[in-house]
Design a protein. Sequence first.
Length: 395
Amino acid sequence: MKKKIIVIGAGYAGVRTIERLANTKDTEILLFDIHPYHYMQTEVYDFIANETDLADITIDLFTFSAGFENVTFKKEEVIDIDADHKFIATSMQRYRYDYLVIAAGARTRFFDSIKGLKEYAYGIKSLHRALYFKQKFEFSLFKRIEEEGEYCDMLNIIIGGAGLSGVEIAAQMASFSREFYEKNSFLCRKLNIILIDAYEHILPGIDPLLREKSQKRLLDLEVTIKDNLKVVEVTKESVILSNGEVLPMDFMIFTGGIEASPLIARVSLQKDARGFLSVDRYLRAVGREDIYAIGDAAAIYRDGVALAPTADLAEQMGEVCAQNIKRSINGIALVEEKITSRGILIALGRGYASAKVFGLYMHGYGAFLFKKAIEYLYAYQLKRRAKKGFERIFK
Ligand SMILES: Cc1cc2nc3c(=O)[nH]c(=O)nc-3n(C[C@H](O)[C@H](O)[C@H](O)COP(=O)(O)OP(=O)(O)OC[C@H]3O[C@@H](n4cnc5c(N)ncnc54)[C@H](O)[C@@H]3O)c2cc1C
């Protein structure tokens, strides 16, 4: 009888699992996601700055799945997992599995302790929020042009959180706006981008040289960095910091923390203190032989410290997971995960990036081209698969 494999979540981890597992003999795979598209979050900085459009940063999951013989996509939210009886439940129905892969990712954590954060700040981990923010950013620039000759008010953009995503977004918006103003010699070009950093320096946990280069680039782009400060309250027009400072704000992006998806909070599987799924060395949920947890939804620890969640790690976890499911089906010993960061590429505005890949540093235009090449290759494979699925559906 065919083995039923269910994958929850079509992000970097889930999609990589599908690519490696599909077409395995005697298997039937169901892929579930709330959205009908795979969202390439790592490229959202370009999207917000109008360099790319929706079609560039998404892959259709119906056609992608149809590109394989044995994969079916279900646009349904998984609301529960019955691990003892091997079922998952969506609002539509229950589905039985032999193997389950939980790759439901994480979402922006809008801390309840920060008054007004949820109401007035944007996150960018979901596409609809990123799209809304992009439109607001563009409209704000337009409004300043409309008002020329009457006022020239400062446009204040606050970014809460100076990790990888906060730094990339700050650099890209600053660089985009600079070119935008210069292109048409606009008179009113008052833009104030402020990056709020809760730690001693930006990019905590990232290589010191990359941090230094990123900091310099941000300062060159006239981004103001405020270290050692926390956002304590957000109102419709201002952001209040832990030192009592009140910053005027036209809009704010919050990238200061993530939390596991609500499904993870509901399921009765072992989790770490932050609420992410605990896994054994084969990436199985602790105490379960038929459930794998991968990507941002799971936590891998080295010397007591959780590895920072990235797409790079999520993809590697997808590969190990697919390999172990195949081995388990064939009764072969499983492989242990040896996941480690293969490198880091930080986009810092148009034509500039800073990178450390397999121990080698790159900065400037070369690093930027390298990042673009990696993004292009990643999307190319998926789009090719989706095209095949499209042809299969319509032929
Ligand atoms: C702005 C930004 C820049 C980044 N830059 C980089 C970078 O340069 N390099 C890097 O390596 N990483 C980067 N990251 C991090 C990277 O995007 C994440 O680590 C990666 O997306 C994790 O992949 P994932 O598959 O675990 O989760 P996700 O990609 O978040 O996918 C999870 C999927 O699960 C679905 N889902 C959730 N709950 C359910 C449910 N109950 N039922 C059905 N489906 C569900 C979601 O809809 C989603 O499609 C960046 C992140 C951001 C926000």
